[in-house]
Each structure stands twice: as C-alpha cells, then as structure tokens.
Design a protein around this ligand. Structure first.
Ligand code: NAD
Length: 330
C-alpha cells in the first residue's frame, strides 16, 4: 500500500511511520520540520519537506503517487498558545487538513486517519467518552473538531472513509522537549537537564492521564486494517489521571534530580481532563498499557542520551492580551 503520513518527522507520526514500514507499506512522509526532525524519519520512507498549507504541493503529491491511505498528523498542537495564534492555528490545523481531505476525495483514498485530540471535549463530564458532545474551549480544539465534522460530512457525501483518534498527553522517545508551549513532561525533563526550576501554571492540582507513545502509535498504525473500525471516533491513551504535582514527583525520580518548582499564575486551561478508552479497547482488542513509572523511565533514558534542547519563541504571536508572562518574547 502507498501511504502518505503528514507530520511523519514529528513525535507520534514518526512512530506511526515505523510501524507502517514494518507492515511492509510504501510510506511518503510530508513534514515542514516546524516541530519535527528529519532524523526521526525512517530511512525506508520517502521524505518530502513541505507544508500541508501549500495546496499546489498537496495536489502534486496526490497526482504523482497513487495514495491508498492518509495518516494526517501534521499540526501545531500547542493548545494553550492557540488562543493567541488563532490565524496560524486555523490556517495550519484546519485549512491544511482541508487541503488533504479535498485531494483524498478526488483521488479516492481508501481511508483517512486523523489525529484529533481530547481537546475537542473542553470542560466536560469525566471520564470523557466518544458520545460526549464536544465543547472545545480553545482554538486548537475548535480546529480539531471542525476537521472531525468535515470528515464526517465528506464521508456522507463522497464516501471518504475515516478513522478519528482523540489522543491526549502523549509522551515518550522522540518527543520535542524543546517546545516551551506544550508537552509538560518534555518541558520538565528539559528544565532538569539545564538545572532550571520546573515551571508550573497554577497550583499543580490540574490532572491529565499521561499516555506512553507505545500505547498510542501502534493502535493508530494498525487501525486501517480493520474496516469495521472505519467512520468512527476513538479515544486512545492512558486511563489513570495524575495531577501535575504527582507527575513532578515521578519525573524527579526517573531523572534522579531534585529541582525547585516555580508555581506561576494559572493559565486558561481545562483543569481535569481524562477519557475512557473502552471503545478502542474492544474494537482494536487492546490489552495492557504501560504504567506511568515505566513509560517515564524509558523517556528519561532517551532524553538523557540526547541531551537538553534549546527552546525558541513562537515569534508571530497575534494577540498579546492575557498571554502568560512566561510566554512573552523579551
Ligand atoms: P509533533 O509536533 O511532534 O508532530 C507534528 C509534526 O507536524 C511535526 O513534525 C511538524 O513539523 C509537522 N507539521 C506541523 N505543521 C505542519 C505543516 N503545516 N506542514 C507540514 N508539517 C507540519 O506533535 P505530536 O505530538 O507528534 O502530534 C501529532 C499529532 O497528534 C498532531 O496532529 C496533534 O494535534 C495530535 N495530538 C497529539 C497529542 C500529544 O499529546 N502529543 C495529543 C492529542 C493529539
């Protein structure tokens, strides 16, 4: 099968690519390297450096390759920052997705796999289940939900099959620990490597279920083989929520350091977010998941081997009002 993976130089995408190649597929990776790294790309994949917002490029890729399946993971997933970069967020995460959906309809792609997010639920009942009515609270979640709705309506009118995954708080090897706007575990590990205090928004009592990459990417990669799973939405990831304060204790243990913790003003975010995975467990026959200690240990080993990453500012902030001071560019 010929498979296009957008965001395949990124964290989750590169693991999905590895699995797809192990399955014997021909994989084309499209990634603009805005958040990923060429080193992450499996050397058996064809790598195209390019932007999903470049519609001429997308048309060319579909015209020149008979694409059977699309795995669309390219996005800028800085949920908290998305309030302040609305135009960028909708261009990249919504319009970029529409470019791929258009071409998938025209070229009769067999199934379009999309990584949405738990962010679509917003502040909602816990645990969030797939039949919970989404109420996204930020621009990132709104863009993801719009793409979900677009896939549903493209299926109804044009017969484009889709599978939507809603992962959450994924961590593990190859995560970009240098992005200061997202991925709390990576941020903490990077701060520890640089002997800096850990920074926490609010009192650290917000909770999330942190999901190890090995429990997420393989589920996404194998999903296309199960046609009875098509045209549905699935939560995917860990079940047990931990507060950020509990997480800090565990990160300190695996990194074997005792950094200070610097509590900042709270930011605008959903306080508790975790979801049920019963549906994915039944449909994809999922068994045991990696516990947080084991997953953190694996990530810590990788992080220690690869060292600290420099962080850079997102330099086109569109709205400064209410931007957390630590995100202001000095
Ligand atoms: P990531 O940043 O590591 O990977 C995203 C990749 O997309 C990067 O390599 C980046 O360079 C690329 N990209 C971004 N914009 C692009 C564009 N316009 N054109 C081409 N490439 C572009 O992030 P990730 O954590 O691996 O996330 C992968 C997907 O999973 C995203 O869609 C994200 O929204 C979704 N997701 C992630 C999490 C998580 O916890 N990591 C949770 C829910 C959903």
């Amino acid at each position: 099968m010929n498979i296009l993976v957008t965001g395949g130089a990124g964290f989750i995408g590169s693991h999905v690519v590895d699995d797809l190649i192990l399955q014997g597929n021909n994989v084309i990776v499209l990634d603009d390297l805005s958040g990923g790294f060429e080193d992450n790309v499996n050397n058996k994949a064809v790598f195209i450096k390019g932007d999903i917002c470049d519609y001429d490029l997308i048309k060319k890729i579909f015209k020149e390759n008979k694409i059977d399946f699309v795995f669309h993971l390219a996005a800028y997933a800085a949920e908290g920052l998305s309030h302040f970069i609305k135009r960028f967020n909708y261009n990249n995460n919504l319009m970029g997705s529409v470019n791929l959906i258009n071409q998938s309809i025209i070229h009769k792609v067999k199934c379009f796999v999309f990584t949405s997010s738990i962010a679509v639920y917003g502040k909602n009942q816990l645990p969030m289940t797939e039949d919970t009515v989404p109420m996204p609270e930020d621009s990132y979640g709104i863009a993801k939900y719009a793409v979900e709705l677009e896939l549903e309506c493209s299926h109804k009118l044009f017969g484009l099959n889709y599978i939507i995954f809603r992962p959450h708080n994924v961590y593990g090897e190859r995560q970009n620990i240098g992005d200061k706007y997202r991925n709390v575990i990576g941020i903490f590990m990077n701060q520890i490597l640089q002997n800096k205090p850990l920074t926490v928004f609010g009192d650290g009592e917000q909770s999330r279920a942190f999901s190890y990459i090995g429990d997420v990417a393989p589920v996404i990669a194998k999903s296309i083989h199960q046609q009875d799973a098509y045209n549905e939405v699935y939560n995917v990831g860990a079940d047990i929520p931990y507060t950020v304060n509990q997480l800090i204790k565990k990160v300190k243990e695996v990194m074997d350091k005792e950094p200070e913790v610097n509590y900042l003003d709270p930011r605008n975010e959903v306080v508790h977010a975790y979801s049920s995975h019963k549906k994915a467990e039944i449909v994809f026959n999922l068994k045991e998941k990696t516990d947080l200690e084991t997953g953190l240990q694996k990530m810590a080993e990788w992080v220690k081997q690869h060292g600290a990453k420099s962080t850079k500012n997102f330099d086109e902030i569109e709205i400064e009002e209410k931007l957390p001071p630590s995100w202001k560019i000095n």
